[in-house]
Design a binder for this molecule. Structure first.
Ligand code: THG
Length: 267
């Protein structure tokens, strides 16, 4: 399971403040702690003001990059911000994201193809997020036709079936699982990812819902996720799920994590 650390996100109040005030210390600390907790990528989202986004994203990248050895996941729908960001990174980034929206395919997919980036493909189009897994799968099939035509290998595509909150649709987790299974059957070479915490938006005691959703999603084929790597119980759930599903040869990761104190509540 590859973790994309979610915490450097300008839609969070404290991060938005740090970006506005150019508080490098706050951002560096979030970067270092998420990297130390085993993230494979750090998601970087500069917030929702299009005019400021290119400069803010480049500032974030230049602030984070000297502190960590892992690549970044550029979380933006703004081609100008993404272009500026790709000029500032020193490791090939993941691009988050493209979708069935023609504008994103035309402007963002070529960037990913040209720079050899991994790319997240969302199962939505310009109309909306479809309710059914069949419609989400149809969009992913369209996007896959485009990534293949652009010369992006399937292994670089991370399909996101989309987690919508259970608070407004009690079947939204099932739809996500069905979509994942459909994607893996049609495109065995792709990866799957998901923004985990959306599933519990508006509910109490969200961590239980998030962890259970993650466990079942791993069984449905999920191999990466955008989540909070500083949530120790979440990491424990990932390790235990992979062990139980036979994906941890000789129980090595589980035993190593135990020795490293991952299960140790005093740490
Ligand atoms: N798919 C893809 N990318 C995504 C999402 C997705 N990027 C953004 C988002 N969804 C995932 N990232 C986050 C980052 C932070 C938080 C949630 C999702 C977060 N939320 C707090 C909470 O949920 O309680 C509230 C905010 C706060 O702490 O201030 O931290 O689905 N491809």
């Amino acid at each position: 399971m590859q973790i994309i650390g979610e915490k450097i996100n300008g839609t969070r109040k404290r991060v938005a403040q740090a970006i506005a005030e150019r508080d490098a210390g706050f951002i560096k600390d979030l970067a270092v702690r998420q990297a130390e907790a085993g993230s494979a990528w750090l998601d970087v989202n500069a917030g929702t003001r299009p005019d400021l986004e290119p400069d803010d994203l480049v500032w974030l990248i230049e602030t984070i990059q000297p502190e960590v050895d892992i690549p970044l996941c550029l979380d933006s729908a703004n081609p100008l911000a993404l272009r500026a960001a790709i000029g500032a990174v020193n490791k090939t980034p993941m691009i988050n994201s493209i979708s069935g929206e023609p504008g994103r395919l035309e402007k963002i997919l070529p960037l990913a193809a040209e720079h050899g980036c991994q790319v997240i493909a969302l199962a939505l189009d310009e109309k909306k997020i479809p309710e059914t897994s069949a419609k989400r799968l149809a969009i992913i099939s369209q996007v896959m036709a485009a990534t293949r035509a652009a010369g992006v290998p399937d292994e670089r595509v991370y399909c996101d079936p989309l987690a919508m909150t259970l608070a407004t649709n009690i079947h939204s987790a099932e739809v996500a699982f069905e979509t994942m299974r459909g994607i893996k059957a049609a495109f065995p070479g792709v990866h799957l990812t998901i923004g985990l915490s959306n599933i519990s938006f508006g509910l109490p005691a969200r961590k239980y819902v998030n962890r259970t959703f993650l466990t079942l999603a791993i069984q449905a084929g999920l191999d990466s996720a955008i989540l909070d790597p500083l949530d120790r119980e979440m990491r424990a759930a990932i390790l235990a799920t992979e062990l139980v599903l036979g994906r941890d040869k000789h129980c090595l990761n589980y035993v190593r994590a135990s020795r490293a104190g991952v299960f140790d509540e005093s740490k």
